[in-house]
Design a protein around this ligand. Structure first.
Ligand SMILES: Nc1ncnc2c1ncn2[C@@H]1O[C@H](COP(=O)(O)OP(=O)(O)OP(=O)(O)O)[C@@H](O)[C@H]1O
Length: 281
């Protein structure tokens, strides 16, 4: 099983946001996608998840085209995602936010639940058990019956990731999962994402937080103005002269990445991140 981009391109009018990107993703590995603001990272995620149409090129999973398919079809093919801006059902409970993911799977048998109450009760209990197990993994079980909107920002992020896992995705796309989290929450998130590594799963993480990317990912893709500038291990990315020169190596560019991370925190009404500055290059 692999996910393959071939000459993937996305244009918005005259702006080419993703420019002939080719890449292959293998299961069992965690991939980081980095690049300054506007490099095209979210566009890549949005095309893979079917939120944005592809302008040209192809996306294949297991040799089958994903591009051109509808969002729910791509989801059923095993692709799941989280969003840069958290998208939960705010008024629903934490548990209900997970439960809704199971209804489409139950849809073919839903008439049994309508006409046969004991079956509905049994299946309802089963759904609850599945959701509670996942909530326990994410330490959210004590909050199961609270409204999602009442959770702290960090817990909402965790709930969104838990929701993305509900159908056991083969491709998990995480768009800036650390955005707006403080230092301790980011470390906790990094540990959790490490535990989601699975021999059957491809994980792709778009992130500005270099500590998270460098410590979590097996391979990193560097995007620059929509083009794939470099792909390699964290050590290779940090050591590559071209990447250093074009992206990581200058303080201006590192400052640009940090400014983007701070920007995210400000957008979410959080204070500045006070962790010590660490240089990776
Ligand atoms: N729906 C859209 N319509 C028009 N232009 C868009 C749209 N979405 C993104 N763009 C543009 O495409 C380019 C790539 O944007 P994208 O959000 O993919 O970058 P990014 O690397 O994820 O940036 P950031 O780190 O700020 O999230 C940017 O110039 C952006 O303004």
């Amino acid at each position: 099983m692999s996910l393959v981009f071939r000459d993937l391109t996305k244009s918005y009018g005259k702006l080419v946001a993703i420019d002939a990107v080719s890449a292959r993703f293998e299961p069992g590995l965690v991939y980081g996608v980095i690049g300054p603001n506007g490099a095209g990272k979210s566009t890549l995620i949005n095309m893979t998840a079917g939120s944005y149409a592809v302008s040209s090129g192809t996306i294949e999973l297991d040799g089958r085209r994903l591009d051109g398919r509808k969002k729910h079809e791509i989801s059923l093919a095993g692709v799941s995602r989280t969003y840069q801006n958290i998208r939960l059902f705010d008024q629903m409970t934490v548990l209900e936010n997970l439960e809704v993911c199971l209804y489409p799977l139950d849809a073919p048998r839903i008439w049994q639940e309508v006409f046969w109450p004991p079956h509905a009760r049994r299946r309802g209990a089963e759904r609850r058990r599945i959701c509670e197990a996942l909530l326990a993994d994410f330490e959210l079980l004590p909050h199961a019956d609270k409204a999602a909107a009442s959770l702290s920002y960090g817990r909402q992020r965790m709930l969104e990731i838990a929701r993305a896992l509900m159908r056991g995705p083969r491709v998990l796309l995480l768009d800036e999962p650390a955005a707006g989290l403080n230092h301790a929450e980011t470390e906790d998130l990094t540990d959790r994402l490490r535990r989601l590594r699975d021999p059957e799963r491809i994980m792709i993480v778009v992130e500005h937080d270099m500590d998270l990317v460098m410590s979590l990912c097996d391979r990193i893709l560097v995007l620059h103005h929509g083009k794939l500038l470099f792909e390699g291990t964290p050590a290779e990315v940090q050591a590559d002269a071209a990447v250093q020169q074009a992206y990581l190596g200058t303080h201006d560019d590192l400052d640009e990445i940090r400014a983007a991370a701070e920007d995210r925190r400000r957008q979410r009404g959080l204070g500045p991140d006070e962790r010590p500055v660490r240089h990776h290059a």
